[in-house]
Design a protein around this ligand. Structure first.
Ligand code: SF4
Length: 268
């Protein structure tokens, strides 16, 4: 398979820091290209228990900063419309992260986008602005999207993605969210996915990937194939903040974007 990039794409790839424009997307063997479903427990378990079983041990450490008793979980999230869902998240006190936030980070973009990007949790700047993926990581994400023919700009709805996080409130000190916090917050993301009905979810970063897939596998072993998140194909890639620290892996992230783009185009 030979990849052919337009001059514009090559320029975008250079902006991403990808220096070589070889056929970056390897041939995917048939067994690997099949949708891989995450292993689910045989017996029903609570969401909190499922996440607690799946997340790496580091995230299970007790008594981390900001951990606090859980508040009541909102009911009826699974049937909420967009305004009700947004208002519910804004006022949510279902876990201790509500105590340290300046803003909830609900999500942005085209609410009927074909691409849905899911990140980890708000950082300091996201918490301040109430928007996901801002700062240098956000700028790199914008260049990655542009190289793929996508945008988060509101005036280009056809190409606009939808972006959300697994967790809507900033964990103190940017620690990993606790399993019970993920479990409390996940219904909001599930409802966002149900309302957007994306063709594809692009999960960005180790924490988001492991939370969504209920897996403790590293990204390197989960990328390069198509997973399933509640019936929606899911492709795994690195977080832009990681790519800023590890620029050599930008070529792998481009592979992931190519895989995702091929999948979306195959379902056009
Ligand atoms: S992180 Fe999620 S569950 Fe916790 S308070 Fe914020 S919105 Fe509610």
């Amino acid at each position: 398979m030979t990849a052919r990039w337009s001059e514009r794409q090559v320029a975008m790839l250079r902006e991403m820091g990808v220096q070589h424009f070889w056929p970056l997307q390897p041939e995917v063997p048939p067994e690997a290209s099949a949708v891989a479903r995450p292993a689910l427990p045989a017996e029903p378990v609570s969401a909190a228990a499922a996440v607690a079983q799946a997340l790496p041990q580091r995230a299970l450490a007790p008594a981390q900063a900001g951990a606090a008793p859980l508040g009541p979980r909102p009911i009826g999230v699974e049937t909420m419309d967009w305004p009700t869902l947004r208002d519910t998240v804004t006022g949510c006190e279902a876990c201790g992260l509500c105590r340290g936030r300046r803003n909830t980070v609900f999500g942005v973009g085209n609410t009927r986008a074909r691409w849905m990007l899911v990140g980890e949790a708000p950082g300091e700047q996201e918490d301040r602005l109430g928007e996901p993926f801002v700062g240098r990581a956000g700028q790199l994400l914008d260049r990655m999207l542009a190289a793929t023919g996508l945008t988060r700009a509101e005036d280009e709805a056809e190409r606009q993605v939808y972006i959300a996080n697994v967790i809507k409130c900033r964990p103190p000190g940017n620690r990993n969210p606790l399993p019970e916090e993920v479990a409390q917050c996940e219904p909001y993301l599930l409802r966002q996915v149900a309302l957007v009905q994306p063709t594809l979810i692009l999960a960005m970063g180790r924490f988001a990937v492991q939370s969504l897939l209920k897996s403790s596998e590293p990204i390197g072993r989960l990328r390069g194939r198509v997973h399933d998140y509640h019936g929606v194909p899911l492709v795994v890639t690195y977080h832009p903040a990681y790519l800023l620290r590890n620029p050599a892996d930008k070529a792998l992230a481009w592979d992931d974007l190519c895989l995702a783009r091929e999948l979306v185009q195959s379902r056009a």
